[in-house]
Write a new protein. Structure first.
Length: 145
């Protein structure tokens, strides 16, 4: 009779002790959306940085990387093999540049830049240059209306 009570008490105390440990939740950066990043934004400069990162990623995916699969298909078809080689010569550097852009402007780096900007109010120089150009474009668009 004494053993089940001790076993129950041991399990209860262990579960209570293990439940109180705090762990830092890992952020899945890939699943963050535009609206999640705007919640982190402090001012319109950080909104411009978010727009910059998302537009660069979209341009890399749709404009630069879409030509390579087409050239591979053209290369596989025997009558159009010469055209496939020509488009592959053009599309491989574009695909590599698009891959580099996707790595450079990934969401994890955007999150780190925004958190750092929120703390220190300074942007890295490569982001600051592009964000300033984007802010000037936004001002020009507002003046046109």
């Amino acid at each position: 009779m004494n053993k089940p009570i001790l076993l129950f008490a041991f399990l209860f105390l262990n579960s209570a002790l293990f439940c109180q440990t705090t762990s830092v939740e890992k952020i899945n950066y890939r699943k963050l959306t535009y609206s999640d990043f705007t919640k982190i934004a402090v001012n319109d400069t950080s909104i411009a940085v978010i727009d910059l990162f998302f537009s660069k990623k979209e341009n890399a995916m749709y404009n630069q990387m879409s030509l390579l699969p087409l050239s591979i298909v053209l290369f596989a078809i025997p009558p159009s093999r010469l055209i496939g080689v020509g488009t592959a010569v053009i599309s491989v550097p574009l695909f590599l540049n698009g891959s580099y852009t996707l790595v450079k402007y990934r969401k994890k780096k955007l999150y780190k830049v925004l958190v750092d900007y929120k703390k220190t109010q300074t942007l890295p120089q490569w982001v600051r240059k592009r964000a300033n150009k984007l802010l000037v474009r936004y001002d020009d668009l507002e003046m046109d209306y």
